[in-house]
Design a protein around this ligand. Structure first.
Ligand SMILES: Cc1cc2nc3c(=O)[nH]c(=O)nc-3n(C[C@H](O)[C@H](O)[C@H](O)COP(=O)(O)OP(=O)(O)OC[C@H]3O[C@@H](n4cnc5c(N)ncnc54)[C@H](O)[C@@H]3O)c2cc1C
Length: 347
């Protein structure tokens, strides 16, 4: 039976381990619980339309179907609740934004995902007045923290967990034990000697956890709310609020500057009072051409990478984990759009 080591258990390593186990590989995962990891702090939101120009995400429908199916299967297998489909109420600040939104809603490829609305739903009593409003359908949230922690506990029967940082110096010894090693190290892959020269552009992100102050009744909200930052309901009165983007950063810690940036946006959006109950930071493994990094090292045989999920790990990880598992186990070719061989100088 094939024996594969996965280095790193964020959302990439978790979904790859699951896909490989389904093909009956023996899988070991090593994770050193390193500072700055992205998955533990991410909201896990999947959004069909992003950016200032409201552009539909690359191959969204295909990836969304794969994500829904994978996360729902994991819910069944692990006995957890990690997938929730909830629309996003989009606050549109200017007439130009509202016009752009309206124009997109009229396009056949967008009509199923976007709508113009006049009522902010559950958010109505909590936001400042005067916004033009849009609605995004087919949005969802994946609870990464719950998935990763439960998956890690569920070892045995072909899946083992090694709570340690992989030492590149030990590669020869490790390759005597494993048939293949796949690196899923998030932003730390920038320093991986087996994949030099890949065009990384890591982006630090921060988020606040806020609690809306209870009025006479506690607050139950079933939609996300987005302008520049996104509010994601986590529990009664409790919300994830973020994230920020920094391409130059001195460390992986939460910072006062980004807290103030997020706060200013929240004050602009919300009329309801709230308290900050948490502040987190992580580094997104973003890349210049915004396509995943998948493929084999040019330096050593039997060493692979699954990375570059950028800002969209929740949507991309299930589809591309399945794709890489097909390649490793059944020899199916990699899609050139994600194969690291697209870079002449790449690993
Ligand atoms: C503030 C913020 C908000 C975000 N919001 C969203 C969102 O709403 N939706 C979305 O889809 N994405 C979001 N993202 C992006 C998302 O987090 C990433 O796309 C995804 O989590 C990347 O997962 P990964 O597994 O590749 O990397 P990571 O999650 O960083 O995991 C890498 C793992 O590898 C381990 N590791 C690294 N090197 C080694 C080594 N040598 N040995 C052993 N272990 C090692 C680390 O400990 C870590 O556990 C957000 C990111 C941030 C920072």
């Amino acid at each position: 039976m094939r024996k594969i080591l996965i280095v790193g258990q964020g959302i990439a390593g978790t979904m790859l381990a699951w896909a490989l186990r389904r093909k009956n590989a023996r899988v070991h995962i090593s994770d050193g619980n390193l500072a700055g990891s992205s998955s533990p702090v991410a909201a896990g939101v999947i959004n069909p339309v992003t950016g200032k120009r409201f552009v539909k995400t690359w191959r969204f429908d295909e990836f969304f179907d794969a994500a829904r199916s994978a996360y729902r299967s994991l819910e069944q297998e692990l006995g957890i609740k990690i997938w929730s489909e909830q629309p996003v109420v989009r606050l549109l600040a200017t007439a130009e934004e509202a016009n752009d939104w309206s124009a997109r809603c009229a396009l056949p490829d967008y009509a199923g995902h976007m709508a113009e609305i006049t009522d902010a739903g559950d958010w109505s009593p909590h936001i400042k007045p005067g916004w033009r409003l849009g609605l995004l359908r087919e949005a969802a949230r994946v609870n990464f923290a719950e998935l990763i922690t439960t998956f890690r506990k569920n070892t045995g029967s072909g899946l083992e967990f090694r709570p340690e940082t992989f030492d590149y110096q030990n590669i020869d010894r490790e390759l005597m034990e494993y048939d293949q090693i796949v690196f899923c190290e998030g932003f730390r892959a920038v320093e991986n000697p087996f994949f030099p020269g890949l065009p990384w552009q890591p982006a630090k992100g921060e988020a606040l956890l806020i609690r809306l102050r209870e009025g006479p009744k506690s607050v139950r909200i079933h939609q996300m709310l987005k302008k520049t930052v996104t509010l994601v309901p986590l529990d009664e009165n409790l919300f994830w609020a973020g994230g920020s983007y920094q391409w130059y950063y001195p460390d992986t810690e939460p910072s006062a500057g980004e807290r103030d940036y997020i706060l200013n946006h929240l004050f602009e959006m919300l009329s309801a009072p709230f308290d900050i109950v948490g502040h987190v930071a992580g580094i997104r493994p973003t890349v210049k051409d915004r396509r995943p990094f998948i493929g084999q090292s040019r330096i050593r045989d039997n060493i692979f990478i699954f990375n570059g999920l950028g800002t969209k790990g929740a949507l991309l990880a299930p589809y591309w984990a399945g794709h890489l598992a097909d390649h490793l186990m059944d020899g199916k070719p990699l899609d050139p759009a994600v194969d690291i061989r697209r870079f002449v100088m790449g690993g």
